[in-house]
Design a protein around this ligand. Structure first.
Ligand code: ATP
Length: 251
C-alpha cells in the first residue's frame, strides 16, 4: 500500500466479508437457501445482487444484515463477526451503523412522514443535520407530504420516506431489497441516484437486491446468484451487459 493516497486506502477496506450457508427447516422439509456463498464488499462501493426467483438473494441480504441467522459460516462487518453477537449488541450495531430500505417500508403508522424520517436518528441519539434532512426531503419530493401519516401516502411516497429515513444518519452500510419496486421510473431513478451519491460522496457501502437491470446498472458491481451460490460477477455493469448475463443464467 506504500504510496497509495489515504483516501484510496480507505476505499479499498473490506467492509463486509461473508461466508455463509443457510438452511431453513430440518429433515425432509429442509430447504438450503444458501449453499455456501463467499463474498467481500469493499467500503464505499455499491453492489447489486441479482438472480432468478428463489436463488437466495433476500436470504443472503438478510444474513449480511444480521436480520436472519446463518446455519454455518461468518458475516464480518468492519472486523466484527456478527454471527457471534448477542441480540442486544446486534441491535445496537444495526441501529448505529446500518440503514435499511426494504419493500415493506416498516413505517410507523401513528407518526407523520417527517417523524418517521427522523426516527432512526432519534433512536441512535443523533441529531440529524437539518440541511441534509432538507436536501433529502426536497430531492425525494416529500416536502408537501411531511405532515401526512403513512396511510395518507401512496406506495411510492412511503418508499421515498423509507429511503430518506435510511439515509438521514448517513449509515456506513445501507442494505436494500428492491428499493425501486413500487416506484415509477422517475422516482426510481431519484432513489437510485441517491444511493449512488451515498456511495460517491459519503463513502457509504450499499448492498442492493434487485430484479431490475436498470437499477443494477447504478452499482459498481453485480453478483449473480443461482440456486444458492454465486455463479457470476460483473464489474462496471451496463444495462445491456446485465440483461445478457441474466439471459445466460435463466436460459
Ligand atoms: N422462512 C423460510 N422458510 C423456508 N424456506 C424459505 C424461507 N425463506 C426463503 N425460503 C426458501 O429459500 C430459497 C431462497 O429464497 P429467497 O427469498 O432468498 O430467494 P430470492 O432470490 O430472494 O427470491 P425472489 O426473487 O423470488 O424474492 C427459496 O427456495 C425459498 O422458498
Amino acid at each position: 500500500m506504500i504510496g497509495t493516497p489515504p483516501d484510496e486506502r480507505v476505499r479499498d477496506q473490506v467492509m463486509i466479508a461473508a461466508d455463509v450457508v443457510k438452511t431453513y427447516g430440518a429433515g425432509d422439509g429442509a430447504v438450503t437457501a444458501l449453499r455456501g456463498i463467499s463474498a467481500a464488499f469493499t467500503r464505499g462501493r455499491f453492489t447489486a445482487i441479482m438472480g432468478p426467483s428463489g436463488s437466495g438473494k433476500s436470504t443472503f441480504l438478510h444474513c449480511l444484515a444480521g436480520l436472519d441467522t446463518v446455519t454455518s459460516g461468518t458475516v464480518v462487518i468492519d472486523g466484527v463477526d456478527i454471527t457471534g453477537l448477542s441480540r442486544t449488541r446486534l441491535t445496537e450495531l444495526r441501529r448505529d451503523r446500518m440503514g435499511f430500505v426494504f419493500q415493506s417500508f416498516n413505517l410507523l403508522p401513528m407518526l407523520t412522514a417527517a417523524e418517521n424520517i427522523r426516527l432512526t436518528g432519534r433512536l441512535a441519539g443523533r441529531h440529524a443535520d437539518r440541511r441534509w434532512f432538507d436536501t433529502l426531503v426536497d430531492a425525494l419530493g416529500l416536502r408537501e407530504r411531511l405532515d401526512h401519516r403513512p396511510a395518507e401516502l401512496s406506495g411510492g411516497q412511503q418508499q421515498r420516506v423509507a429511503v430518506a429515513r435510511a439515509l438521514l444518519t448517513r449509515p456506513e452500510v445501507v442494505f436494500t431489497d428492491e428499493p425501486t419496486g413500487n416506484l415509477d421510473s422517475r422516482s426510481g431513478a431519484e432513489v437510485l441516484g441517491f444511493l449512488r451519491t451515498a456511495v460517491d460522496s459519503y463513502r457509504q457501502t450499499v448492498v442492493m437486491v434487485t430484479h431490475d437491470p436498470v437499477a443494477a446498472a447504478h452499482a459498481d458491481r453485480v453478483l449473480f446468484l443461482a440456486d444458492g451460490t454465486i455463479l457470476d460477477e460483473l464489474a462496471a455493469p451496463t444495462i445491456d451487459a446485465v440483461h445478457a448475463r441474466m439471459r445466460k443464467l435463466e436460459g
